[in-house]
Each structure stands twice: as C-alpha cells, then as structure tokens.
Design a protein around this ligand. Sequence first.
Ligand code: HEC
Length: 290
Amino acid sequence: MTLTTGMKTLAATALTIVALPLMAHAAGEGPQIERQKWSFAGFFGRFDQNQLQRGFQVYKESCAQCHGLSRIDFRNLVQPGGPVFNEDAVKGLAATYEVQDGPNDDGKMFKRPARLSDKIPPPYANEKEARSIHNGAYPPDLSLIARARGLEYHGSVFAHPFHLLKDMVAGYQEGGADYLYALLTGYVEKPADFKMVDGMNYNRAFPGHQISMPPPLLDGAIKTDGKPTYQDGTPATVEQMARDVVAFLSWAGDPKHDERKRMGLLVMLYLLITAVLLYFAKKRIWKSAH
Ligand code: HEC
C-alpha cells in the first residue's frame, strides 16, 4: 500500500465515523422515551420471579386474546430463571388449551389437550385470520418483541459515539423494555390539531402516533377479592401492570438471561485470576534469564 492510498483509507474511515451518527440521527423521528429502572438491567441484573408471575397473569388476562407467544413452551413457565410457577398449576393451565397432534394409527390428525412440552397455542389460525379480525392490522407475536424494539437517540449528533460507548460500558440492553413500557402507558389525549384516521388510537410512544391497538391495560383488569391488587398484594395500577408485563416479555425474549449473565461473570472472574497467575509465572520464569 502506498502512502497516498493509506491516507485515503484513513480519511474514508474518519468520514464514516462522523457520518454514521449523522445518518442515524436523520432516521430518528420518534418521540423521546424515558429509560426505566429494571431489576434485570446491567451486568448483575436478575429477573424478579414474583414480577414475572404477575407479568404472565397480565399477559394472559389482557394480551393473549390478540397476541401469541409462540416461542414459549408451557414447560418454560416452570423452569428456573423464569416465573417458576408450580408444575401442577401449569399442567392444569396447559390442559385448558387444545392442540393438533398426529397422525394416529389410522393416519388421521387429532386434537388433544396441551401438555408441558407444547408451545402456547396462538390465538389465530394464521396471519390472514388475525388481519381480518383486526381491520387489516396484525398484532405481532410477542415472544421476541422486547428484542425487536429499541430506543432512538435524540441528543447531539457529535455526542452519539460517546453515548453508544457509555451504553456499551454500562451493559445497557433494555431499550426494548423501555419502549414497550412507554407504549403501554402512552395512551393520552391527542393534541387538538392532530388528524386521526377512523378507528385508530393516539399513542405518544408509537412511531407516527396512530396505533390500531386499543389501550390494552385498564384499571381494574386484575382483581383479587374484588380489590384491584394482585394475589401477592401488589396494587394493580396501569403503570404496575405495564411494568410487570414488560418484565415478563423481556424474559420471554431471553429465557436464559439470568444463567447467561451469571456464566459471563464467572468467566470474567476466571480470566482475571488466570491473568494474575500468568503474570507472576512470567515474572518468575524470566527472573534469571540473562
Ligand atoms: C384487542 C386486541 C389487542 C389486545 C388485547 C392487545 N393488543 Fe397489542 N396490538 C394489537 C394490534 C391490532 C396491533 C397492531 C398495531 C398497529 O400496527 O397499528 C398491536 C400491536 C402491539 C405491539 C407492537 C407495537 C409496535 O411497536 O409495533 C405491541 C408491543 C403490543 N401490541 C403489545 C401488547 C401488550 C403487551 C398487550 C397486553 C397488555 C396487548 N398488546 C394487547 C391488538 C391488541
């Protein structure tokens, strides 16, 4: 490589570093969304089992009639790192669903109650059926939604690389959860001059602000003994239900989260100890080598 091509490559790289955040900035037109505090955030984050149990209850009562959770098996609800429900209770829940199995000895497909090893059955036979029910809109499967969404950056263009670096160092991965929380709590009065299409709902967080999903969380959706609380005594306000269902969906998108982070920390510790040992070994070996 001659000196001039080298300089050209260098200039091109520098230009890309400056231009990338500019391009990303130009694409971002969504509203500013606040970051929330999550028990599962950061390197030491863990899911809160009680919160996951509450979150599943919210999903079942308020979302399951429209949204599937097709990547989750009933048995996942029993396994460590998740909501860890009682196994018999989940078996009972599974048995209330019907799934197709077969072929049997006569070559026929048949229906049977679901078991722990089955996936949670979707509310629709296929996407066309879903769209025909919802006026053409498609309620997406929620298994991976917390990973499929994120936050847009709104600060100064030139601070963007530093912002990215800061998030990397802090291990920030909860953009999807922050967006979902903002979406579920984002149904507010529309501004007077905002034009809405019939049948749509105004939402502060949704890109474009018009969403076909009606407000899914309503006060009083969850009741215990006639009071708006969960069974564990937590008040079931809209904010609390949103927080819990978002934690649950974050787990659904990453069921091995707790194990992954624990393993990561152990590996870092192991590497640190090995590095120290190697350092002293090297010093010893080279001490007398003149
Ligand atoms: C009455 C049916 C219905 C219920 C109940 C419902 N949704 Fe939706 N949801 C929809 C429809 C329809 C869409 C597609 C919206 C669109 O594209 O305009 C949607 C879209 C979404 C999206 C995608 C938003 C995006 O960024 O693209 C998320 C996330 C979501 N719903 C979460 C939930 C959660 C969580 C619950 C339960 C608390 C819930 N929904 C309950 C019908 C429903």
